[in-house]
Design a protein around this ligand. Structure first.
Ligand code: C5P
Length: 220
């Protein structure tokens, strides 16, 4: 039996940081499902694959779409490895996020990515970060966490992250983009962003990452 801890929530709620801290501390596998969707969006763009020709490119996709993650070091984003390349900085931009969010609303995309996500369930355990980890992909997970934070706090965190990557961002634009992405993710028909009924809700607005991990440990 492989234990899975799911961590869902909107952008900037702290999922990535907390998933990374838990994965490093427990020495478990990590699935950053947002990055998986982002990598698929990137791969599709690079290979001129769109929703109209998605089916006819199934073989190419199945053969080449193999992503792995390295939890990396605290404070740095989880590394995304694809075709022997570290594509972290390519996929973690707001532009990629916007494109990804549109694609992720499509059932054909979600169905394709479902088995890729389940493949990450390996010993000794898995920390799965996303939007539908606890509701759809690992609905029978033993432990489910749903992180939230105020929009302003989430935008501030995203700004810090992007600055660290050397990207300049306007706060007003960022607030607008986050709000728009949240709306798309929450209102979509397929696998919308909602807390699983059996999840534990943690508002991280006024907590440091260590405080969030402490709360999670108390719950575990
Ligand atoms: O978490 P991240 O910001 O990297 O996710 C990018 C986008 O991927 C989200 O805005 C959402 O549209 C999509 N996503 C999803 N389901 C997941 C993870 C991410 O639809 N489990």
């Amino acid at each position: 039996m492989i234990t899975v801890i799911t961590i869902d929530g909107p952008s900037g709620a702290g999922k990535g940081t907390i998933a990374q801290m838990l994965a490093l501390e427990l020495d478990w596998n990590i699935l950053d499902s947002g990055a998986l969707y982002r990598t698929l969006a990137y791969f599709m763009k690079e290979n001129n694959i769109n929703l109209d020709n998605f089916e006819e490119n199934q073989n190419l996709l199945k053969e080449r779409f193999k992503v792995s993650f390295d939890p990396g070091t605290p404070g740095e984003p989880v590394k995304v490895l694809f075709e022997n390349e570290d594509i972290t900085s390519i996929v973690r931009t707001e532009e990629m996020a916007k494109l990804t969010s549109t694609l992720a609303a499509e059932p054909v995309i979600r169905e394709f990515i479902k088995p890729c996500q389940r493949d990450f369930m390996q010993l000794p355990g898995l920390i799965a970060d996303g939007r539908d980890m606890g509701t759809v992909i690992f609905s029978d997970a033993k432990h489910k966490i749903f992180l939230t934070a105020s929009l302003e706090e989430r935008a501030k965190r995203r700004q810090t992250q992007l600055k660290r990557q050397g990207l300049k961002v306007n706060m007003r634009t960022l607030l607008h983009e986050l709000e728009e992405r949240d709306r798309k993710d929450t209102e979509r028909e397929h696998s919308p962003l909602v807390p699983a009924e059996d999840s534990v809700l943690i508002d991280t607005s006024n907590l440091k990452p260590e405080g969030v991990v402490k709360e999670i440990k108390t719950y575990l």
